[in-house]
Ligand binder design. Structure first.
Ligand SMILES: O=C1O[C@H](COP(=O)(O)O)[C@@H](O)[C@H](O)[C@H]1O
Length: 241
């Protein structure tokens, strides 16, 4: 694993740096393999990045969009990660409908939705049973509690090692999420973390020793490249070399 940690002066600088990295990864993947597969983060941090991506002139027809996690709500719900990215980016450019692969949240049982999305990934990547796809880029954030994607502290989702997609749990609310092994198979994982509220969790995530059950982002140790982009309020006390 190649780990890079950058502390940027403020959130705007973090967004500009993430834009440069994401555009570079998209173009490199298309040049090397004829397409790029990217899994988006939700929440609020990446929204300005998605708005900036909507201003770029990229080969959208060669870009396939997935999500690393989803709240279990309809896509038109204000909490929807899909809805946020569509509004900020995907609906603003000529993006082929077939290139957008959201996690369904239509089933009464979240486990059914998780299985359906797993089958969609297996078909899209033409996977053998038990194989993991290698996303070109997976975007992640962390919560104040150290969660990432929808891998929350002390939840069963943290232990899942034989699935691509599983059901997450935030205080009893279901989520759909990439599993740890799926994330760790990525070519590049890019964390975007902004704000002083993330500082305590970051200190534990970066500590030489800490409990990954409490700070699940510690479990993200990809085979490829791991990039952490932090703004100054989040990363100022980290001893990052
Ligand atoms: O609930 C979630 O939170 C994390 C962190 O969001 P942020 O806005 O604090 O960066 C996000 O990465 C994840 O996709 C989302 O479902």
């Amino acid at each position: 694993m190649n780990k890079i940690v950058e502390v940027l002066p403020d959130k705007d600088a973090l967004i500009q740096r993430s834009l440069a990295i994401v555009v570079d990864k998209i173009q490199a993947a298309i040049a090397a393999r004829g397409r790029c597969t990217i899994a988006l983060a939700g929440g609020s941090t990446p929204k300005p990045l998605y708005e900036q991506l909507a201003t770029q002139n990229l080969a959208w027809e060669k870009l396939h969009i997935f999500w690393g996690d989803e709240r279990y709500v309809p896509s038109d719900h204000p909490d929807s990660n899909e809805g946020m990215a569509r509004h900020a980016w995907l609906d603003q450019v000529a993006f082929p409908l077939t290139n957008v692969h959201p996690m369904t949240t239509a089933n009464a049982e979240p486990a059914v939705s998780a299985s359906q999305h797993e089958m969609e990934l297996q078909q899209f990547f033409q996977l053998q049973p038990g194989a993991y796809p290698r996303f070109d880029l997976i975007l992640l954030g962390i919560g104040d509690d150290g969660h990432t994607a929808s891998l929350f502290p002390h939840t069963d989702a943290l232990q899942v090692r034989d699935r691509l997609i599983t059901v997450g749990n935030k205080d009893g609310q279901p989520r759909i999420t990439f599993t740890v092994p799926l994330i760790n198979h990525a070519r590049t994982v890019l964390f975007m973390v902004a704000g002083a509220s993330k500082r305590p969790a970051l200190a534990q995530i970066f500590a030489p020793v800490a409990d990954a059950a409490i700070y699940p982002a510690r479990l993200i140790q990809p085979e490829g490249e791991l990039v952490w982009l932090l703004d100054q309020p989040a990363g100022q006390e980290l001893n990052v070399n």
